[in-house]
Design a protein around this ligand. Structure first.
Ligand SMILES: [Zn+2]
Ligand SMILES: [Zn+2]
Length: 80
């Protein structure tokens, strides 16, 4: 049994409506990837832990394709 983020692992796709313009917001990936340039050492630690981590929600960045609004959403893990 393993607990994984369904979006990071390509198990499903998620899209949502932009709250401003109602165009589609697309998943831009886990927010952790965006922290690399700010905190390389800390994010490296988190990444290593995430390899086998249990019950962690994964924070994803969604961006509207139209107005470029960004929103961070916590993704519930899947058990596989
Ligand atoms: Zn994820
Ligand atoms: Zn929008």
């Amino acid at each position: 049994m393993e607990i994984v983020c369904p979006l990071c692992n390509g198990l499903r796709k998620q899209e949502m409506d932009c709250p401003s313009c109602h165009h589609v917001m697309k998943d831009e990936g886990a927010v952790i990837d965006y922290l690399d340039s700010y905190m390389p050492t800390i994010s490296m630690d988190i990444k290593n832990q995430n390899d086998g981590v249990i019950g962690e929600e994964c924070l994803h960045l969604f961006r509207c394709s139209y107005c470029k609004k960004e929103k961070k959403i916590l993704i519930s893990p899947y058990i596989i």
